[in-house]
Design a protein around this ligand. Structure first.
Ligand code: ZN
Length: 133
């Protein structure tokens, strides 16, 4: 299960982070940024998180997922920024076009594929932001 391995990787990263930066209190929420190219079920991820964190120091914590739009860098003209979206009549969503919106050249995705922990809420209400993100 895709979500299960993602949750497993998140937990490993979080455990490592907490070992280096202990928090004074119980972790209540884990704030995530999810790139829009990463397809996952929030329900399945939450369920995997619940199972995997059982008995750990972050047991009972909840995931808060913020969706992050795709950003690209053009290999031709150097454009860096958001992409255009394609949408057609009857579609329920817009699909990001992974080409340069300026010159239509080949663009590489610089943001939008990842799932990352960007912050924690702990019981005492203090927000903690892991650096380097
Ligand atoms: Zn370009």
């Amino acid at each position: 299960m895709h979500e299960y391995s993602l949750a497993d990787a998140l937990l490993a990263g979080l455990t490592e982070y907490l070992r280096a930066h202990p928090v004074a209190g119980r972790v209540r929420e884990v704030h995530l940024r999810k790139g829009e190219l990463l397809i996952l079920s929030a329900e399945a991820l939450a369920e995997a998180w619940r199972i995997l964190t059982e008995g750990t120091e972050v047991a009972g914590s909840e995931l808060r997922i913020e969706a992050i739009p795709v950003r690209v860098r053009c290999l031709g003209c150097g454009y860096e920024g958001p992409v255009r979206y394609a949408s057609e009549e009857g579609w329920h969503f817009a699909v990001p076009v992974l080409a340069c919106p300026r010159c239509a050249g080949r663009a590489e995705v610089i943001e939008g594929r990842d799932l990352a922990i960007v912050g924690l809420s702990v019981d005492d209400g203090v927000e903690v932001s892991p650096p380097g993100r």
